[in-house]
Design a protein around this ligand. Sequence first.
Ligand SMILES: Cc1cc2nc3c(=O)[nH]c(=O)nc-3n(C[C@H](O)[C@H](O)[C@H](O)COP(=O)(O)O)c2cc1C
Length: 199
Amino acid sequence: MKLFIVYCHPSENSFTRNMLNAFVRGITDSGNECIISDLYKMNFDPVMTEQEYLRDAFYKNTPYVAEDVLAEQEKINSADAIAFVYPVFWTEAPARLVGWFDRVWSYGFAYGDKTMKELDKAMILCSAGNPLERLEEFGLMDSMKKVMFGDRLFGRAKEMEFVVFDSTSREKAEREDNWESNLQKAYEKGLHFFDYAGE
Ligand SMILES: Cc1cc2nc3c(=O)[nH]c(=O)nc-3n(C[C@H](O)[C@H](O)[C@H](O)COP(=O)(O)O)c2cc1C
């Protein structure tokens, strides 16, 4: 089985990079394969152009779609499932990933008379500096889930899972205390990702 991972973090010096590596190891150890779009390494341009805006906002299914967007859409349709790996920035994904959705989820691909396949599964693995209790206090966790599941992934994946690695801020002792157990958890998420296919 093939997993497409969209990864977005500005630095190699991060928990999130280590978490991605552990997750990928789990995927390959289970005999599956993955392809990764590392949005910073690719220098993916997240800014929608006027031409793209006019195409999407006026529901014009013109053949023009930028090469970098087409490449991402082809990766999606070549995969069985998708995963997004990123740190929470201001209760959202980093801007580069938000812009990835703006551009890649184009009219005629992700909505309208869409050509995007329905994926078997979508998983979000994100790191958050705050503890889960703080994210739940004001419904912040819920808003992140609603945006990802209720909008971006709605009707585009049969199964969805949101995994949060909380208290990963450098100000928190838990960052170091939970480092190994968090990486083990990420590894197991990878190892068992395609368990549904063996049922
Ligand atoms: C610009 C910025 C905004 C952030 N916003 C949030 C936030 O809204 N909620 C939160 O829990 N953590 C927030 N964080 C913490 C990151 O999620 C943190 O970088 C991540 O949890 C894990 O660390 P890593 O960068 O070593 O991977 C923010 C960090 C940065 C740099």
